[in-house]
Each structure stands twice: as structure tokens, then as C-alpha cells.
Design a protein around this ligand. Structure first.
Ligand SMILES: [Fe+2]
Ligand SMILES: [Fe+2]
Length: 184
């Protein structure tokens, strides 16, 4: 597998064409590493997933994209799967923790691993993201699951209010937390 430094260099070389996305990604890395330290996660895996999570944002879809399960993968989420494919095919990354954290960073899913939750949360509430309730950022180092649940709830409400499709995975993840007695 490539080194973390090679992953970082490759991601920066792709993202520097889009300074806002590069800044977002740097911010996701920093926030996720801070969360990862607080929650005792494997920081190398967290960092690798964060650098790569949005590298496919501007990618032109290929014919294979038609095989996506449309209920699980509305168009706005395709870049997450594409980024995981890039990580596997272009960088030779096979670690499922890294690939899953990239794949589900937008939608979430039921049964997320610690690394998946950290990347999901950092992507949604990193300090440059506008409109995030400060409560989410304050809670994330203490109560990661509560913040995952709050983000899922907020995403569903936002998408429904804007008449945009909600991934089946997001709804299933939210239902899982409801079942677990989440509140917020
Ligand atoms: Fe993304
Ligand atoms: Fe992102």
C-alpha cells in the first residue's frame, strides 16, 4: 500500500485545482484527527480516508455508474463511491476501514465503524462548514454517537425541505439510532 505521505501528495495534487475543496479537506483532516485522538481511533486510517474522501467530486461519471442502487446512492453521493474506487484502483488501498469511511462519508449507513463515524462527522461539521450548530462541534469529542445522530436527522430534514432525494442508507442509519434511543 502507498504511504500516508503519498496519499496526501496525491490528494493535494488533485484538490489544488479547487482551493475551496482543498481547504475543506485540510479542515476535515485536522478535525478528524482531533476526534480520532479523543476516541482512540487509528489515526493513520482516519487521515488517509479524509485526504481522499472528496477527490472524485469533479469526476465525469462512467457507464458503470448506472449500476448504482439509486435509492442508496442519489446523485449527490456518487462522488463518495467514486473516491473509494479511486483509492482502490489508483492507490492500491485495500483496507476496508479506509475504503468504507470514504464510501459512506456522505450518506452514513447502519452499523458504522468508529473510523466511518469520525470521517462522517468531520466532513459534516469541520469548522469551515457554514450553518453548523456550534453544539454539534462541542459535543463531538465527548459524544460521537449523539452527533452522528444529530447530523443524520439534520440531513434528512434539509433534503426533504429542499425536495431532494434522501439515501436509503441515511434513513436506515437514522432509524438505527432511533432504535438505540438517541435523543438530541
Ligand atoms: Fe463529500
Ligand atoms: Fe467533504
Amino acid at each position: 500500500m502507498v504511504s500516508l505521505e503519498q496519499i496526501r501528495q496525491r490528494a493535494v495534487s488533485i484538490l489544488e485545482a479547487d482551493p475551496k475543496r482543498l481547504r475543506h479537506t485540510q479542515s476535515v483532516v485536522a478535525f478528524a484527527l482531533s476526534l480520532g485522538a479523543a476516541h482512540h481511533a487509528d489515526l493513520d486510517k482516519v487521515e488517509a480516508a479524509c485526504w481522499l474522501h472528496d477527490v472524485a467530486k469533479n469526476r465525469v461519471p462512467s457507464p458503470d455508474d448506472e449500476t448504482f442502487d439509486a435509492d442508496a446512492w442519489p446523485e449527490a453521493t456518487h462522488h463518495a463511491r467514486h473516491a473509494a474506487i479511486f483509492a482502490r484502483t489508483e492507490l492500491g488501498i485495500t483496507d476496508p476501514d479506509i475504503l468504507d469511511a470514504i464510501t459512506y462519508h456522505t450518506t452514513g449507513r447502519p452499523g458504522m465503524s468508529l473510523i466511518e463515524k469520525i470521517v462522517f462527522v468531520a466532513d459534516h461539521i469541520e469548522p469551515h462548514r457554514k450553518g453548523v450548530p456550534e453544539k454539534f462541534r462541542m459535543l463531538a469529542h465527548e459524544q460521537l454517537d449523539v452527533v452522528v445522530w444529530l447530523i443524520l436527522k439534520r440531513n434528512i430534514a434539509y433534503l426533504e425541505a429542499h425536495k431532494r432525494p434522501v439515501s436509503r442508507l441515511t434513513r436506515e442509519a437514522y432509524d438505527e439510532y432511533e432504535y438505540m434511543g438517541g435523543n438530541g
